[in-house]
Design a protein around this ligand. Structure first.
Ligand code: ADP
Ligand code: MG
Length: 313
């Protein structure tokens, strides 16, 4: 459905997007995830034909976005970053105006506009000026604009930014609902959001793609959910012999020395083993007193940070 091949965007000498390639299949909900300035908006602007790439090729449904812009853009609904709404229009007027721009059939226009207003939960506010709406409603109006013309692909740039928690939940649910009938690409710098909504994540940092995978696989790939922190009293430093005694230990690292003389270590397991029981028993045998023992919960957030750090090297 979307093919991005070796695409680069330069602003003067600055490279905003650096030789990225990826494919998006019909029905996927893809999250473009990365910190501020990573190149998410630039990528989305190129996918929508809003700006031209410096190098590379973008195909939408097989149509080159630069060579066949009309055919390519027909399939795309775009919700740009922020809420650039025509403030002196009511909600209904704005959606109608979008329908005119997108050349929706005159006879169907009224009905289509109503359908979209209902789908995006804007019925009660349809006669209000967009400028008087809350941020959450403005975002819905922007989403309504993207839905006009029944595009198969929705490109949503930071759809939840600036919203309060309740509005965020509402917009996420709306996106999930739309995901049943659309291919969606959304950008975000919030990992938990992407992992909740998307079935594929593209992590981008400094214009480069650092990973493409499902949220679950990304988590497995870059986290070790088998490390533990242990704080011990061990004046004779018996811990140095522990690694030989517990075969499942891959590495023992000193994390910090506390004022009371106790020391905290991170113990990493070989493979997917929970070391806690073994450590507890073996340390007791060696007369090493355990003050604290806890599993390190690594999350997708850690995975994200690792990938971003890795990308900076
Ligand atoms: P993101 O959306 O991930 O926050 P952007 O795509 O907006 O990132 O920006 C990527 C990089 O390109 C940034 O370093 C930004 O400063 C730069 N950039 C974006 N738009 C322009 C522009 N019109 N002119 C010059 N540099 C730009
Ligand atoms: Mg952006």
């Amino acid at each position: 459905m979307i093919e991005v091949k070796n695409v680069t965007k330069k602003y003067g000498k600055a490279v905003a997007v650096d030789n990225i390639s990826f494919n998006i299949k019909e029905g996927e909900i893809v999250g473009l995830l990365g910190p501020n300035g990573a190149g998410k908006s630039t990528t989305m602007n190129m996918l929508t034909g809003f700006i031209e790439q410096t190098e590379g090729e973008i195909l939408i449904n097989g149509y080159d976005i630069l060579k066949k812009p009309k055919k390519a853009k027909k399939e795309i609904g775009y919700m740009p970053e922020g809420v650039p709404l025509y403030t002196d229009l009511t909600v209904k007027e704005f959606v109608t105006y979008m329908a005119e721009i997108k050349k929706v059939n005159k006879k169907e226009k009224k009905q289509k506009v109503q359908e979209i207003i209902e789908k995006t939960g804007l019925k009660e506010v349809q006669n209000k000026l967009t400028k008087n709406l809350s941020r959450g409603y403005k975002q819905r109006v922007s989403m309504a604009g993207a839905l006009v013309g029944e595009p198969k692909i929705l490109i949503l740039d930071e759809p939840t930014v600036g919203l309060d928690p309740k509005q965020i939940t509402e917009i996420r649910n709306l996106i999930k609902e739309l995901g049943k009938t659309h291919t969606i690409i959304l950008s975000s710098h919030i990992l938990s959001e992407v992992s909740q909504i998307c079935n594929k994540v593209i992590i981008i940092n400094k214009g480069k793609i650092v990973a493409i995978d499902t949220p679950e696989k990304l988590e497995n790939k870059v986290t070790n959910n088998n490390s533990v922190y242990v704080t011990i009293e061990d004046p004779e430093n018996k811990i140095r012999n522990i690694k030989e005694k517990i075969k499942d230990i891959k590495e023992i690292k000193l994390i910090k020395e506390n004022e009371d003389g106790s020391k905290q270590y991170m113990i990493e397991a070989e493979g997917k083993v929970d070391l806690r029981k073994t450590i507890f028993n073996q340390f007791a045998k060696e007369n090493i007193t355990i003050f604290e023992l806890k599993k390190i919960d690594s999350t997708l957030e850690d995975a994200f940070m690792k990938l971003i750090e890795g990308g900076e090297k």
